[in-house]
Design a protein around this ligand. Structure first.
Ligand SMILES: C=C(O[C@@H]1C=C(C(=O)O)C=C[C@H]1O)C(=O)O
Length: 180
């Protein structure tokens, strides 16, 4: 896809604040990073279903439009404030394989699975600034009383035994209030 296409994701972070860059570019566990600067961290799962996925996700995961995938959506909270909205996708055919535990995670962080198995490999991060009308923006802002003009998002694939989970994280405005 042409990098100027409105659906395109970008390998490089451009015109982003240093503060956003601090959060967007780190390849370690986001859960652990937030826990390091927030005493009351928690995960709240808000959606989980077998669904069709969006065209640009199909392309990244190599799925046909008709293929179903398990979609998991959570908010990462610091105290009573949501700081990240995460949207993760696994092909239905892979739920009995490497990612069989995903559907039972509940409010446990996916990061505790992804960053404890050295066999799991992660692709380079891609970035995108999203705004009203993008499906991720609309879902991420559902719990925000004040909706920002745009939000930074990142995504990457975590692969185990040739089977992948696409993890997309949308950074909410309050992430910048966390003191490191
Ligand atoms: C990948 C991580 O897991 C976090 C938790 C998620 C979940 O529980 O669904 C999804 C993405 C991340 O925000 C991480 O902590 O880095």
């Amino acid at each position: 896809m042409n990098k100027d296409h409105p659906l395109a994701w970008h390998a490089a972070l451009i015109s982003v604040s240093q503060h956003h860059r601090f959060w967007l570019q780190d390849r370690g566990s986001l859960t652990r990073r937030i826990q390091n600067c927030c005493a009351k961290f928690c995960v709240k799962r808000v959606f989980q279903s077998l669904s069709r996925i969006y065209e640009d996700e199909q392309r990244v995961m190599g799925l046909r439009a008709s293929e179903l995938a398990l979609v998991r959506e959570v908010y990462l909270y610091c105290g009573d404030t949501p700081v990240v909205f995460a949207h993760s996708v696994v092909a239905h055919k892979d739920l009995r394989g490497a990612w069989r535990g995903l559907s039972g995670l509940g409010n446990k962080s996916l990061g505790t699975v992804l960053f404890t198995n050295p066999k799991i490999k992660r692709t380079p991060l891609e970035f995108k600034k999203i705004s009203r009308g993008h499906f991720l923006y609309d879902r991420a802002c559902a719990r925000l009383s004040v909706k920002p003009h745009n939000l930074w998002a990142r995504r990457s694939l975590f692969t185990l035994h040739g089977q992948s989970i696409l993890v997309t994280e949308v950074f909410l405005p309050a992430i910048l209030d966390l003191t490191l």
